[in-house]
Write a protein that binds this ligand. Structure first.
Ligand SMILES: *[C@@H]1O[C@H](CO)[C@@H](O)[C@H](O)[C@H]1NC(C)=O
Ligand SMILES: *[C@@H]1O[C@H](CO)[C@@H](O)[C@H](O)[C@H]1NC(C)=O
Ligand SMILES: *[C@@H]1O[C@H](CO)[C@@H](O)[C@H](O)[C@H]1NC(C)=O
Ligand SMILES: *[C@@H]1O[C@H](CO)[C@@H](O)[C@H](O)[C@H]1NC(C)=O
Ligand SMILES: *[C@@H]1O[C@H](CO)[C@@H](O)[C@H](O)[C@H]1NC(C)=O
Ligand SMILES: *[C@@H]1O[C@H](CO)[C@@H](O)[C@H](O)[C@H]1NC(C)=O
Ligand SMILES: *[C@@H]1O[C@H](CO)[C@@H](O)[C@H](O)[C@H]1NC(C)=O
Length: 456
C-alpha cells in the first residue's frame, strides 16, 4: 500500500498526472495489471465479435479500415502470449473464435476474401499464431473443428509445395501467392522468415526432420542471395526479373525477430548445436545494435521521420515477444536479452499517457512521452513488451512429447488452392498496395525515402 501510494504521489509530483500510476512494471503484480489495461485498450480496436461484423479481423483492409488481414493474425498471437504470461483467460473465447473463423475452406489460412492481397507472410503470421497456440497448450478446439498444430502444418505444407518454391533466384518464396497479385515478382525476407520460423518450430514440436531441412535450406538461401549479410543485417527483398540482385536494403525489426526466434528453435531442435549458437549470437548482436539503440526498441527505417506505415507501427511488439521466447528455447542469451527488454518496456509505458480512444500508448518509445501516435499496432507493441517480462515464470514451449496435446496432420494443406489454373484480378484497393509490406522503398538515403506500390 505504502509503495503504491508513494508511486502515485511521485507521479503527481512529476506533473505527469495520475494516468501514469496505472502503468508500472515494478513487480509481477504491477506487470499483470499494466498488461491487463493495455490488453483491454487493444481489444477496443476489435469489433469482429459484434453483430454484423466479420470475426477474426481488425477494421479493414484499407480503404475500409486501417488494418490488413495479417495484422489481426498477429494480434491473436499477442493475445495468446498475454494469456500465457498473465494467466488471464478472459479473452480466450474471442481469440479461439477469431482463429477458427479465418481458416478458409481448406483449413490453411487462405480465406477467399483476402486472395487479392494474400502474401506468404500474411498466411505465415496466422500460421505462427496457430503454432503458438499448440506450443502453449492454448485450449484445443472441439474434435470436429480444425486443430492448432494441423493448421500450422497446413500453412507450412502449402508454402513448401513446388508451386511456391520455383527456381527463380535459385529458390526462396515469393512475397505474394497468386500470380496476378502485385508483388508476385518480389522475393522477400519476411515471407521466407515466417516459413523458416514455422519450419523450425514444427521440427522441434514434432521431431520430424523434414521441417528442419526446409528451415536450413531457407536460411542458406537467404545468405546466398544476399538478403542476410555476413554481418547479420537482413535486407527487405529483391525482384525475380533481376535474379534478386536488385536488393532493397531497407531493414525492419520484425525480419530480425522472426529469424532470431526460428534460429533459437533450431538450436533447441539440434540439442544446442554450435552452428545455431553462432548464428543466434551474430543475429542478436545486429538486432540489439540496430533496433535497440540505448536499449529501447526503435524502428530504424521509419521512426525518426514518422514515415512508418500502419504495418510497421506494430513490429516492435513482435520483436519483444520473439526475443523473450527465444530466451526460453536458447537460454544462453537470457542474461543479454532480458535487461534490454526491461529497459525498453520501461520506456514503452512512459508513452502511455495519451487520451485518444480513451487511453492510449504512443510509438516513439525513446522519447518517453506520448507522441500522439495511437492504434492497434502501438497497443500491441506495449502489450508484447510488458507481458513478456513475465517470461521467466512461464513454461517453456511444449512439444508433442512434453505435454503438447494439439492434434496434427502431416498432410494438412494438400488440397489447397494452388492458384495455378486461374487468376483473380486485383481490386483497386490492392492496386494501391496490400499485404504485410505495401511498398518498395525508392530512394536510398536513410530517412528520406518515398513509398510506392509494388510490382515495378
Ligand atoms: C467481444 O469481445 C469483448 C472482449 O474483447 C467483450 O468484452 C465483448 O462483450 C464481446 N462482445 C460480444 C458481442 O460478444
Ligand atoms: C468474407 O466476407 C464476408 C462478407 O463480408 C463475410 O460474411 C465472411 O464472414 C468473410 N469470411 C471470412 C473467413 O472472413
Ligand atoms: C514429416 O513431414 C513431412 C513434410 O510435411 C511429411 O511429408 C511426412 O509425412 C512427415 N513424417 C511423419 C513421420 O509424420
Ligand atoms: C542468380 O543468382 C544466383 C545466386 O543467388 C546465382 O547462383 C545464379 O547463377 C544467378 N543466375 C543467373 C541467371 O544469373
Ligand atoms: C537430440 O537428442 C535426442 C536425445 O538424445 C536425440 O534423440 C535426437 O536425435 C537429437 N536431435 C538431433 C537433431 O540431433
Ligand atoms: C557485434 O557487431 C559489431 C558491429 O557490427 C561488431 O563489431 C562486433 O564484433 C560484433 N560482436 C559480436 C560478438 O559478434
Ligand atoms: C504425438 O504424440 C502422440 C501421443 O504420444 C502420438 O500418438 C503421436 O504419434 C505423436 N505424433 C507425432 C507427430 O509425433
Amino acid at each position: 500500500m505504502i509503495f503504491a501510494t508513494s508511486r502515485l504521489a511521485l507521479a503527481v509530483l512529476a506533473g505527469s498526472g495520475t494516468a501514469n500510476a496505472l502503468y508500472s512494471i515494478a513487480t509481477a503484480d504491477d506487470i499483470r495489471k499494466t498488461a491487463a489495461a493495455v490488453a483491454y485498450d487493444l481489444m477496443t480496436y476489435y469489433h469482429g465479435n459484434e453483430t454484423g461484423q466479420t470475426p477474426g479481423i481488425l477494421p479493414g483492409p484499407p480503404p475500409a479500415g486501417d488494418y490488413y488481414w495479417w495484422e489481426a493474425g498477429a494480434m491473436w498471437g499477442t493475445m495468446i502470449d498475454y494469456w500465457k504470461m498473465t494467466g488471464d483467460n478472459s479473452y480466450n473465447e474471442v481469440i479461439k473464435q477469431a482463429l477458427l473463423w479465418q481458416v478458409g475452406p481448406q483449413e490453411d489460412y487462405m480465406p477467399p476474401n483476402v486472395t487479392a492481397s494474400l502474401g506468404n507472410d500474411d498466411q505465415g503470421f496466422w500460421g505462427m499464431t496457430a503454432m503458438l497456440a499448440a506450443e502453449n497448450g492454448f485450449p484445443d478446439p472441439s474434435p470436429d473443428e480444425p486443430q492448432w498444430l494441423a493448421l500450422a502444418q497446413a500453412v507450412f505444407n502449402t508454402q513448401a509445395s513446388p508451386e511456391r518454391h520455383d527456381t527463380t533466384c535459385n529458390g526462396g518464396l515469393r512475397w505474394q501467392i497468386p500470380l496476378s497479385n502485385n508483388g508476385y515478382n518480389y522475393k522477400n525476407s519476411i515471407a521466407n522468415g515466417c516459413f523458416f520460423n514455422l519450419g523450425a518450430r514444427l521440427a522441434r514440436y514434432t521431431g520430424n526432420k523434414t521441417y528442419a531441412e526446409w528451415a536450413d535450406k531457407t536460411w542458406d538461401w537467404m545468405e546466398s542471395v544476399g538478403l542476410m549479410t555476413p554481418g547479420y543485417d537482413i535486407y527487405d527483398g529483391g525482384h525475380v526479373e533481376y535474379n534478386c540482385t536488385d536488393i532493397n536494403k531497407a531493414q525492419f525489426s520484425y525480419n530480425n525477430g522472426v529469424f532470431l526466434l526460428g534460429a533459437a528453435y533450431m538450436y533447441s531442435y539440434t540439442n544446442g548445436s554450435d552452428k545455431w549458437k553462432t548464428r543466434i549470437l551474430g543475429l542478436l548482436n545486429s538486432t540489439l545494435t540496430d533496433f535497440f539503440p540505448d536499449g529501447v526498441a526503435y524502428e530504424m527505417a521509419c521512426e525518426e521521420h514518422m514515415s512508418c506505415t500502419t504495418d510497421m507501427l506494430s513490429f516492435k511488439g513482435y520483436v519483444h515477444r520473439w526475443l523473450a521466447t527465444a530466451t526460453q528455447v536458447a537460454p544462453f542469451i537470457k542474461d543479454q536479452v532480458m535487461p534490454v527488454l526491461r529497459k525498453s518496456a520501461e520506456a514503452a509505458i512512459a508513452t502511455c499517457t495519451g487520451e485518444a480512444n480513451g487511453r492510449a500508448c504512443g510509438f516513439k518509445w525513446n522519447k518517453r512521452v506520448y507522441d500522439g501516435s495511437h492504434g492497434a499496432g502501438q497497443q500491441m507493441n506495449v502489450l508484447g513488451a510488458v507481458s513478456t517480462l513475465l517470461i521467466g515464470q512461464t513454461k517453456v514451449p511444449l512439444t508433442n512429447s512434453t505435454g503438447g496435446t494439439s492434434r496434427g496432420n502431416p498432410n494438412a494443406g494438400s488440397h489447397s488452392d494452388t492458384f495455378s489454373g486461374h487468376s483473380t484480378p486485383p481490386t483497386m484497393a490492392d492496386k494501391a498496395g496490400a499485404g504485410v509490406l505495401t511498398f518498395v522503398i525508392l530512394a536510398g538515403a536513410i530517412g528520406t525515402f518515398g513509398w510506392m506500390s509494388t510490382g515495378v
